[in-house]
Design a protein around this ligand. Sequence first.
Ligand code: S3P
Length: 165
Amino acid sequence: MTLVLIGFMGAGKTTVGNVLANKTATKQIDLDQCIVDKIGMPISEYFDEHGEEAFRELETTMLKNFLNTSGILSPGGGVILKEENQALLKEQATVVYLQTDLDELLRRIDQDTTNYRPLLHNKTIEEVKDIFLPRIPIYEEIADHIIDTTNKTPEEIADVILELV
Ligand code: S3P
C-alpha cells in the first residue's frame, strides 16, 4: 500500500518524504513535481492560466495514477479538498497527517523562497486562516496517523512514522 503524507503547505511533506524514502530504500513520489513535469510549467503559472479548479482536476487524475505505486507519495496540501480524493485516500492508502500550527507553517513558508505558492500570494494572515482552518477537520478525518511536527526535525518525524506504520 502507498504511504501518503498529507498536511498544509509548509508541513514538510516533501522533506519528510525524502528522509523516509532514504531510510526505507523506497522512492518518494512528489505529486506536485509530477504535475509540473506533465504540464511543463510551474504550478503558479498553471493557476494563473487555467484557474484552481482545472488544477484540482489534474491533481485528481495524477493522484489516481500514482496512488497504487508502492512507496511514499507526497501530494500538495489541497489534494484533500475533493471528496473523491478523500474517499480514495481513505480506502487505498495509509495516510499520515503532518500536523503543524499556523505560526510555524507561516514561518516555514516565509523561509521557503524556492517554492512559490499561488494560493498564499498576497494573502493576509486572516485570509490564510480562512484556507487553513476548514482543512484541519478533513486532514484529521482522512488520517490513519496524526503527527505533531512542531519542534521536530524531519529526521525525528520520519522515525515517529516508521514506529507507527
Ligand atoms: C496547494 C499546495 C501546494 C500546491 C498548490 C496548491 C494547496 O503544494 O499543490 O500550490 O492548495 O494547499 P504544497 O502543499 O506542497 O505546498
